[in-house]
Design a protein around this ligand. Structure first.
Ligand SMILES: Cc1cc2nc3c(=O)[nH]c(=O)nc-3n(C[C@H](O)[C@H](O)[C@H](O)COP(=O)(O)O)c2cc1C
Length: 337
């Protein structure tokens, strides 16, 4: 049911993707997800990176290209609107070693859409088509696209955009089943995602509200997509890719995670701290760690009190100290599937 798919010459197996999340899916988090789900995660995607930053030698944007071999296959996502800068940024991303270049057509943030990027590109199909063809010409690695269902409920055009993308040489399209107006409100529309799947012959990945093996199975059946992208679900359950892969391969929903290290919430956070510290100053390590701990430490007795204690910690050492002092049963509690 979830055998996988090809993006150009790349074999994505299983068809499960770590969805791009700004401020989250940078190299340490991508490595962590690979470690928690050995052989169970087909593709990881970077947070979006500005083409303006990349083509103007902005150090922060270039630092976002950093990755390690263990993350691969890796897609790096870029956003912006200008055709020449998009093509130049795509070649920089390819030169940095990305296996796939992904273009963002889904960001709803005013600062991005006002400048013609993100979801605004879906309102300018002729411009988008020129842009995709120009980028395609420059690349030898596959080009993919992430879209929403449309701008708002009155202008749903994901099928049209996916067809246009396929014609322009795009190798895979990911559809987040919400409009730009919805941002992250309401439920993702998997019927629209299914319509895109029927309309094109390139692989289609669905995105939106896959938070458990059960919800993955239901959305897969409803839409017939080739793959599923999981974002927020991975922040709540870092082993979610293994659970979903097993469930969709016919295993029992909620089967444990075999052979995966790290194997408890505490180990996950300790490992994340290590991975973060290898690339970031302490201030960033502490902020990222606190953010992940807040979403991870839920759903067991004493979780709320533990989160409160963690919220007031002043550094990563103190945060890990609180975790080490917490009852073992809590931080080792298996997550519900
Ligand atoms: C904090 C956060 C940051 C996100 N950043 C990006 C991004 O940089 N690029 C992108 O294409 N989508 C981004 N998304 C959208 C996700 O990739 C995904 O499509 C959406 O969250 C729905 O999937 P989910 O329910 O599995 O989270 C972001 C979502 C969240 C919650």
């Amino acid at each position: 049911m979830l055998s996988g798919f090809r993006i150009g010459a790349l074999d994505i197996r299983p068809g499960l993707v770590l969805a791009p999340m700004a401020g989250v899916t940078e190299s340490p988090f991508r490595q962590l997800m690979r470690e928690c789900n050995p052989d169970m995660l087909g593709l990881v995607v970077s947070e979006f990176i500005s083409i303006e930053g990349l083509t103007r030698s902005d150090l922060r944007s270039h630092a976002m290209l950093r990755h390690v071999a263990a993350e691969r296959p890796l897609a790096i996502q870029i956003f912006g609107a200008d055709i020449d800068r998009m093509a130049e940024a795509a070649t920089l991303v390819q030169a940095a070693g990305a296996d796939v270049v992904d273009i963002n057509c889904g960001c709803p943030v005013p600062k991005v859409v006002r400048r013609g990027g993100g979801a605004e590109l879906m309102r300018a199909p002729a411009h988008l088509e020129r842009l995709l063809r120009a980028v395609r010409r420059e690349l030898s690695v596959p080009l993919t696209l992430k879209i929403r269902t449309g701008w708002d409920a009155e202008s749903i055009n994901c099928v049209e955009i996916a067809r246009l993308a396929e014609d322009a040489g795009v190798a895979m399209v990911t559809v987040h089943g919400r409009t730009r107006q919805q941002a992250y409100q309401g439920l993702a529309d998997w019927q629209q995602i299914g319509l895109v799947k029927q309309a094109v012959s390139i692989p289609v990945v669905g995105s939106g509200d896959v938070a458990s093996a059960g919800s993955a199975r239901e959305r897969m059946m409803r839409s017939g997509v080739d793959g599923l992208a999981i974002g927020r679900g991975a922040l709540a359950d870092p082993w979610i890719f293994s659970r979903v892969a097993r469930a969709l391969a016919g295993g029992r929903v909620g089967d444990g995670v075999s052979g995966a290290a790290p194997s408890s919430r505490r180990e996950v956070l300790e490992r994340y701290a290590e991975l973060l510290a290898a690339q970031h100053p302490e201030r960033t390590v502490a902020a990222r760690l606190r953010m992940f701990a807040t979403s991870l430490l839920r759903g067991f007795a004493g979780a709320a009190a533990l989160r409160q204690r963690i919220a007031v910690t002043r550094g990563s050492g103190e945060l890990l100290g609180v975790l080490r002092g917490a009852p073992l049963a809590a931080v080792h509690a298996d997550l519900a599937a």
